[in-house]
Ligand binder design. Structure first.
Ligand code: GLC
Length: 649
């Protein structure tokens, strides 16, 4: 949009800019800058317009965008243009991801490069490598306490290794996702060290207070994220003799985004990684970006403005790069991280579907899908050009963040129901074979989350221990059932490394002082490649899980109805153990009925219910996953225990 005030400021900025810069080929850059400048100016003004150095800060921002564009490798600029042409490219059903820790997966970046065939073998074409940035030895929150945003952790490699990996991935059309920890730094980061040494400029990068007055006001309404290991949201710094805001661990200092310098530094860092070849950047803990006294300090309006601004800036320099919002918050809040534009995603194109993840686990524990059904039906529709990251497990705990009103709607009592789930997954509930553990237990409200690998949570670890083949089979079925639903829902399925071969909890973290107090490490395994190699041994647990997932991925890629264009209809089926939806391609008329039984006994569904939706009208149908026809008995579809179908119309 053309608007005089912002445009004349843009002219002023361009006139001030180094003449050499302007002689470079900046055609595409200027087109994008012109297109986005009104929005950038507007957002920057809403956040920082009250400051006397506003124009100087705007200048610095535009200079950063220009500099980073000049540094952007030409092959990435070409990719940007291709993606601009095909701007919905990431909504295609072709994409299937895997998240992994470099060290746990293959020791180092070089190790990951050596293993790229493994991704091809399974059908993975998007990898999320967990933080690779330099962080202090010992406690570093799994790499989320960053000491240097532009250096790779020497333990896992260097920039040459990353370049090699990027080349290999590009050759195979595998997308690379990297983390940018936008909310905080390690207390050993250069900015924090400067702040500690008394440098006022850097003290303003954080929230630092001489006494408890303001911290106490904040504490009155801020929840605690790690109540057991890092209670409260502020940490006393001996050297500085001041309080610092530390929402997560006491060594993770929250950045102060009310300071435009922090924002510009982060733009610079984001574009740095975009220029290193990341196709997607996972922005960590975005719900926490803005702090206000008297509030929970999550999901604040300004946090969204910051994300919009980051997106608008990134589009100018590296428009082919996507953002993932890591916002594990209430269902109605998550959706806002796509942006609040009327049509298109304006903040992050991708967001973790934490709601779906938690609801799937609910269905596993209860063997009942009423909360899953209700929860998904009350999830608002996404914007266009946005998509979910559908996952069942990741490196973090499982939070039971369902909406209380949904829990009540299906006639559970919220407190008792959550207590049941915690008991179930920690194996306390009678009959449960789950071997998860409670994470982040809060004594004040008995709130907790759950740790454990997928295999252990569905009972595989216990079944092995009991040497109980029946239970082993059931656990495998649950693993496949969960995957069948993340694969078909709409969005990018994100597998978690190790789950593809049924990796159980790893308790060795307890022997490491830096990890012992954080049981999320039980589900961050060092992959045992001997176990992975069992995938070629017929009828081994690894083979069954791996080959079925491989088949699911291959079938998914063939089904255009699985692309993500809000083309899903949830079915209100009469059987409470089943979850069912239809996926469709509106242009080709391809329709697939996804149906799964979460119970341990066979479940039935009147064919007339499905006929009304256009299935089973002309005799038998085919399960696209197995290529077989499902059992029909007495005019009813029979779904075996813990089984799923992907039925063609
Ligand atoms: C994100 C990460 C989590 C980390 C937290 C603080 O939620 O996924 O592992 O502990 O941010 O950085």
């Amino acid at each position: 949009m053309y608007e005089q005030v912002s445009h004349s400021l843009l002219n002023e900025i361009l006139n001030k800019m180094d003449k050499n810069l302007c002689e470079q080929d900046l055609r595409y850059f200027f087109t994008r800058l012109g297109a986005n400048f009104y929005a950038i100016h507007n957002l920057f003004q809403r956040l920082y317009g009250h400051r006397s150095d506003f124009n100087d800060q705007m200048f610095k921002l535009v200079e950063t965008l220009t500099q980073k564009y000049l540094e952007r490798p030409s092959e990435l600029k070409t990719k940007d243009l291709q993606r601009e042409d095909n701007h919905s490219w990431f909504l295609h059903q072709n994409w299937v991801g895997m998240a992994l820790y470099t060290e746990g997966f293959a020791g180092s970046l070089k190790g990951v490069t050596k293993r790229v065939n493994y991704f091809d073998e399974l059908g993975i074409n998007l990898i999320h490598i967990m933080p690779i940035l330099d962080c202090p030895e010992g406690k570093n929150d799994g790499g989320y306490a960053v000491r240097n945003f532009c250096k790779i952790d020497p333990k896992i490699g260097d920039f040459d290794d990353l370049d090699q990996l990027v080349k290999q991935l590009q050759k195979r059309d595998i997308l690379l996702t990297l983390d940018v920890v936008v909310n905080h730094t390690s207390d050993t980061h250069r900015w924090a060290r400067k702040a500690i040494s008394g440098d006022k400029t850097y003290q303003d990068y954080y929230y630092i207070f001489p006494d408890r007055d303001i911290p106490d006001m904040f504490e009155a309404t801020m929840p605690e994220i790690f109540p057991e290991t890092a209670p409260g949201n502020f940490t006393w710094n001996e050297e500085m003799q001041q309080w610092v805001m530390t929402v997560f661990n006491d060594y993770q200092w929250d950045l102060n985004y009310s300071n435009p310098s922090v924002f510009i530094e982060m733009v610079d860092i984001i574009l740095f990684w975009a220029n290193k070849g990341a196709d997607i950047l996972r922005l960590d803990a975005v719900a926490f970006l803005w702090k206000k006294i008297g509030r929970t300090c999550q999901n604040e309006r300004e946090a969204h403005l910051i994300l919009q601004l980051l997106k608008d800036c990134c589009q100018v320099t590296a428009p082919g790069v996507l953002f993932i919002a890591e916002a594990i918050v209430a269902p109605v809040e998550i959706i806002k991280y796509f942006g609040e534009d009327a049509i298109n995603a304006r903040e992050c194109e991708i967001a973790y579907n934490a709601t779906y993840m938690a609801l799937l686990w609910d269905a596993i524990a209860t063997k009942n899908t009423k909360l899953l059904n209700r929860g998904i039906q009350s999830l608002p529709d996404k914007l266009e050009r946005s998509t979910w990251l559908n996952y069942a497990r990741c490196h973090d705990d499982i939070g039971l963040g369902f909406d209380d009103s949904d829990i009540r709607f299906v006639e559970y009592e919220p407190y008792a129901h959550r207590k049941f789930l915690l008991d179930y997954f920690s194996g306390k509930y009678e009959g449960s074979l789950s071997t998860g553990q409670l994470f982040g237990y809060n004594e004040k409200n008995q709130d907790a989350r759950i740790s454990g690998t997928m295999a252990s949570l569905v009972g595989l670890e216990k079944a092995f221990e009991l040497n109980n083949q029946k239970q082993i089979d059931k656990a495998i079925k649950r693993i496949l059932l969960l995957h069948s639903f993340i694969m078909s829902f709409g969005g990018i399925p994100l597998l978690y490394y190790g789950d593809e071969v049924g990796t159980i909890n790893d308790y060795s973290y307890q022997d490491d002082d830096a990890k012992a107090s954080d049981n999320r490490w039980m589900h961050r395994p060092v992959l045992d490649w001997n176990k992975v190699d069992q995938r070629i041994r017929n009828s081994s647990v690894e083979q069954i899980i791996f080959d079925n997932l491989k088949q699911m991925i291959a079938v998914r890629k063939e089904l255009s109805a699985f692309s993500d264009f809000n083309n899903r209809e949830i079915l209100d089926v009469s059987n409470e153990h089943m979850f069912a939806f239809i996926r469709m391609n509106l242009t080709t008329d391809e329709r697939v009925l996804i149906i799964g039984n979460f119970d341990e006994t066979p479940q039935h569904l009147d064919l007339n219910e499905l006929r009304a939706k256009g299935f089973f009208q002309y005799g038998q149908v085919i399960d696209l996953f197995s290529n077989k026809s499902p059992a029909i008995f007495h005019e009813e579809l029979v779904v075996p225990p813990l089984h799923f179908y992907w039925l063609a119309a």
